[in-house]
Design a protein around this ligand. Structure first.
Ligand SMILES: *[C@@H]1O[C@H](CO)[C@@H](O)[C@H](O)[C@H]1NC(C)=O
Ligand SMILES: *[C@@H]1O[C@H](CO)[C@@H](O)[C@H](O)[C@H]1NC(C)=O
Ligand SMILES: *[C@@H]1O[C@H](CO)[C@@H](O)[C@H](O)[C@H]1NC(C)=O
Ligand SMILES: *[C@@H]1O[C@H](CO)[C@@H](O)[C@H](O)[C@H]1NC(C)=O
Ligand SMILES: *[C@@H]1O[C@H](CO)[C@@H](O)[C@H](O)[C@H]1NC(C)=O
Ligand SMILES: *[C@@H]1O[C@H](CO)[C@@H](O)[C@H](O)[C@H]1NC(C)=O
Ligand SMILES: *[C@@H]1O[C@H](CO)[C@@H](O)[C@H](O)[C@H]1NC(C)=O
Ligand SMILES: *[C@@H]1O[C@H](CO)[C@@H](O)[C@H](O)[C@H]1NC(C)=O
Length: 294
């Protein structure tokens, strides 16, 4: 590796740290919501009361700081379940605030329904009268789309290994952290594709992988060839964008296509991953991987 390339790597590494977006949950843009039509209740019934109690406690637990909230309340047919999930790059404080807001908004948007899901940009909230912990759910599936690329064949050929790599790494993610990010270079329009896949961390590896396959297959029917797209399902989601839309702290392990490197120690429960010098190395190896493909 030449000195000039090395310094270029450091330049990029520093740049990535400088442009590291600060996520403000107070201004989290609303994305989408869905209320189930399978069952309705009266807004003053016991189930609804249990739900209101549940939602108000969902984010009050400050012991939980790994970005996933999971609670249940009530008995028998009035038992309700709720989960809150943040993108793994959110701080515990922002996550709590985001889950709290999305859950409260969800209850307002689905006033009489037994099930609902709300996707914000940075977190998602879900409730149901059925147990949802560890249960893979792909319906409803929704897509956010953008403009078409110029060379569909090349784009899809580039996306396929990227999606495969993301799916394998997200599914294999340690408990509480089923998320993977990665890049691929798309030559025809000369840019880097940034990808992210995430599953609810309570899923088994195989359920996570299956959910992501469903999300990936959904693209054919909605938005194949879109340069930016997001597929949202209750248990998993997938996004690609033309710019780095995720926090650099998520860039932990290099794409599997580059030589194996030692992984940083998995985040222990109670601490969010912090930027370390070993992570700096990972940024560099990712950038080097990307540049080598130019
Ligand atoms: C949840 O509500 C649906 C629709 O009313 C019902 O079919 C289902 O049995 C309920 N689940 C439980 C666990 O009571
Ligand atoms: C629940 O209410 C919605 C509209 O409020 C309606 O479309 C739906 O059919 C109802 N579902 C049942 C099972 O009654
Ligand atoms: C709920 O509201 C309905 C009509 O608004 C009313 O008839 C019913 O008595 C109320 N139930 C309870 C438990 O307050
Ligand atoms: C989530 O809830 C389920 C069932 O309610 C429970 O068995 C499980 O231990 C909970 N997990 C976490 C991480 O809170
Ligand atoms: C959660 O959100 C509700 C409604 O927006 C708000 O009234 C409440 O203070 C919030 N709670 C916490 C713990 O932030
Ligand atoms: C799905 O994406 C939304 C929006 O980016 C995110 O807030 C949520 O946590 C994700 N949910 C899952 C299950 O990956
Ligand atoms: C993208 O291409 C599809 C299929 O050719 C077309 O239906 C759609 O309108 C295009 N979308 C945009 C935003 O150009
Ligand atoms: C590709 O884009 C980069 C900047 O993003 C530019 O420097 C380079 O010249 C472009 N290459 C081609 C072949 O257009």
């Amino acid at each position: 590796m030449s000195t000039s390339r090395l310094s270029l790597f450091f330049f990029y590494a520093i740049l990535i740290i400088l442009v590291n977006p600060t996520i403000n949950a107070q201004r989290d843009p609303y994305v989408l919501h869905e209320c189930s039509t399978t069952g309705n209740v009266t807004s003053n019934g016991t189930l609804r009361e249990n739900l209101n109690t549940l939602i108000s406690t969902l984010s009050s637990n400050t012991q939980i700081d790994y970005g996933f909230y999971n609670f249940t309340a009530g008995e028998g047919t009035n038992r309700v379940y709720a989960t809150g999930l943040c993108r793994a790059d959110l701080s515990p404080t922002d996550c709590r605030s985001c889950v709290n807001m999305s859950a409260h908004e969800l209850l307002q948007l689905c006033p009489t329904q037994k099930e609902g899901v709300m996707w914000y940009m940075n977190c998602a909230a879900r409730y149901s009268n059925n147990s949802i912990f560890g249960v893979m759910e792909t319906k409803p599936t929704r897509a956010l789309t953008s403009d078409n690329v110029t060379n569909l064949a090349e784009f899809n050929a580039v996306l396929e290994p990227l999606f495969y790599d993301l799916r394998v790494r997200a599914s294999a993610g340690a408990i509480f952290r089923k998320i993977a990010v990665g890049t691929a270079y798309y030559k025809s329009d000369n840019y880097t594709i940034y990808g992210l896949m995430q599953c609810s961390p309570d899923l088994l590896e195989m359920d996570c992988s299956n959910c992501l396959v469903v999300a990936q297959n959904y693209i054919q029917g909605c938005c194949s060839g879109n340069s930016g797209l997001t597929i949202l399902a209750p248990s998993c989601n997938l996004s690609i964008e033309t710019d780095q839309f995720y926090d650099s702290t998520l860039v932990q392990s290099p794409p599997s296509l580059s030589p194996p490197s030692p992984l940083p120690p998995p985040p222990t429960k109670g601490t969010f991953p912090k930027r370390t010098s070993s992570e700096l190395f990972f940024y560099i190896s990712i950038i080097s991987y990307t540049l080598d493909n130019y």
